[in-house]
Design a protein around this ligand. Sequence first.
Ligand code: ZN
Length: 327
Amino acid sequence: MHGHNGLDHKSMLDLYKSFVLPVLTYGIEIFTPNSTLIKQLDLFQRKTIKQILSLPNNAADPCVLILTGLLPIEALYHLKILNFFNNICGQKESSIERQIVVRQLSVKSGKSSSWINCVLPLLVKYDLGDVDDYLQNPLNKSQWRLKVHKTVVNYWKEYIDRIARTYSSLKYMNIQYSPGKFHPLIQVGCSSALEVTRLPTRFRLLTGTYVLQVNRCRFNQYAISAVCPNCKVEDETVEHFLLHCSALEQVRAPVMCRIWNLLESMDLTKQVTSPALLAQTLIDWSIIVPNHPSYRDKMLMLEFHIRRLFFHLHTTRYRLYKELSGN
Ligand SMILES: [Zn+2]
């Protein structure tokens, strides 16, 4: 998708946010789509982001939001419809929209499909108070952000944080969801077109979708062995692939040395006390590296070397594997 001269993931995500998302959700607050359509729009968003990040379709859905800081389409819809409602409340008594809302409130039953009946359940869901309060005292922009925007965004942050913890594939990833912000690893752009080609391996290892022998064995218990085909010493787990496989040691050692030196220069090596923690640090260093501007240059270097390491491990593993199956 990115090609040798393609855009990097960060630029593509910025393009998605600026040009695709506004079209996807255009007018959503007026025509009030049903839940099936919302699910379809959300599916489109997830598939598009997974394609941009070169992730397979089976990647855990919450990782799409955690990596990009995007809100689910349902949350965007709620924000837009509540925002539109507040705008109507702020209009003069003589405005047609306001008169329609007041009329719908007075004559429509709770079961009708009128527009206001899409707003009322949301005021209850997010515990935002009474509809009459908004009609009498509409919020200005800063009050709106402080009350409604914050409440809706926090609701979804808690929801995503909760469900992300249930995905074992995300066990190495920093799953802290910050709506509106890229994940620290996504914030690091690409310094060259060559680096773009290293991203698929990097993101697959980050999201637990890089397929190793243990994953293949899980689905073909009798036909496929979990043992590493290259060194034949132990099961090919993430830790084995990144840290222990002797067949990959030649490509691993020099890059690992650079990575370790960088961690040492940030005084972080004392936190990496076990192979599991080292694997976790390699896959998502944002777990231990403080998100501070003074670390910025070192973070960029660290991510550069980790992308390099993962890519070289991947290509060497694949080459050895092909040589073996050729024999
Ligand atoms: Zn091995």
